[in-house]
Design a protein around this ligand. Structure first.
Ligand code: ZN
Ligand code: ZN
Length: 350
């Protein structure tokens, strides 16, 4: 059996098709035939080989990966075959693939935080991922039943949904005090908006510089939507909220984090998930005087992924707009994403 892939064969170069023999699962491995794989902003950074850090600096992310490489980490599919020790992996079962797989040995992995493993085996990041017809998963415990959700939604939940969910969970002790502030109403932000309403029962405030995204946030149930670039916004938001106790920065730029910290009440917390880039400075005393917490988080754990699927099922949280394109359009889709021409999410069909 052959496996078709849209491969990264060189950094900063277009993906191209490669065809190889399908791997045979051994031990606890499971071979999943991919039906959907979402295209994510972080795929662009992987293709470039770096993240922007601000001040013209870059974080090189080319190490730990051999070319040709298969990007894609928002995977849902069907179990094709399984190794002899892959207990519970039934061929034909439909599964979402948790991609943030760790080494299993380090302190983070032992605590269940495989997403921040020191020697990760993250699918589509350091191990071949989902822009392909098949993916090899090291153990069936990373496979999650997603019925009755659509496959494309289940895949997206493993990244943007999980990121938003894990960030919002970190604000649970503050969420009871006042409405949340969500900065950025793109894919992760809109998912965060839906999840925040389901988790905390209140409509959050949203800030985004793009009027279309503010309109989308209001249509999706935001309490109010603000333009952080507008000079009067800070006062307006402080008046409307009485000070923010809990904020998610889904943008992750100098501007977004400065805006977030400018509207905080004492004892507030900002969780940063965005990776747009830039650098942030503040007076050290502000941490004390404002009793401020700034926490970063990267995707989420396997337990959180299972909780999220359960929450989406239980609260019947609707999927964001998702368009489907054939796998062969992987590069065209990355180009459109880079050019800002994609509204909602695009999922490749293998
Ligand atoms: Zn992603
Ligand atoms: Zn580890």
């Amino acid at each position: 059996m052959l496996m078709h892939r849209q491969s990264l064969t060189a950094y900063a170069a277009p993906l191209c098709e490669t065809v190889v023999d399908c791997p045979q699962p051994t031990g606890t491995q499971v071979l999943v035939r991919i039906s959907r794989c979402g295209v994510c902003h972080s795929d662009l950074h992987m293709q470039d080989g770096y993240f922007l850090l601000g001040d013209g600096k870059q974080l090189d992310v080319r190490s730990g990966r051999t070319l040709p490489f298969t990007l894609g980490h928002e995977i849902a599919g069907t179990i094709e075959s399984a190794g002899p020790d892959a207990a519970g992996a039934t061929p034909g079962a439909k599964v979402a693939v948790f991609p943030w797989i760790g080494c299993g040995q380090c302190a983070a992995c032992k605590a269940g935080d495989e997403n921040i493993c020191a020697a990760p085996r993250h699918l589509g990041i350091t191990v071949d991922g989902g822009f392909a017809t098949h993916v090899l998963v090291p153990h069936p415990r990373y496979l999650i039943d997603y019925a009755p959700l659509p496959a494309s939604y289940a895949g997206a939940l493993m990244c943007s949904g999980l990121t938003a969910y894990a960030a919002l969970k970190r604000l649970s002790d503050r969420a009871a005090r006042a409405p949340l502030l969500l900065i950025g109403a793109g894919g992760v932000g809109l998912m965060g908006l839906a999840l925040a309403r389901a988790m905390y029962g209140t409509a959050p405030f949203v800030a985004d510089i793009d009027p279309n995204k503010r309109a989308a946030a209001l249509a999706a149930g935001a309490a109010a939507a603000f333009d952080p670039a507008d000079a009067g916004t800070r006062k307006e938001l402080l008046k409307a909220s009485g000070g923010i106790y809990a904020a998610c920065d889904f943008v992750g730029s100098d501007k977004s984090l400065n805006f977030a910290t400018s509207v905080l009440a004492k004892g507030a917390k900002v969780v940063v998930t965005g990776l747009i880039g830039g650098s942030y400075t503040t007076a050290v005393a502000m941490f004390v005087l404002k009793a401020m917490t700034i926490e970063g988080t990267q995707t989420g754990t396997l337990v959180e992924a299972r909780e999220l699927i359960e929450l989406v099922r239980a609260k019947n949280i609707a999927a964001p707009p998702i368009a489907e394109r054939p796998l062969a359009q992987a590069q065209a889709t990355l180009d459109d994403l880079r050019g800002g021409r994609i509204v909602g999410r695009v999922v490749l069909t293998a």
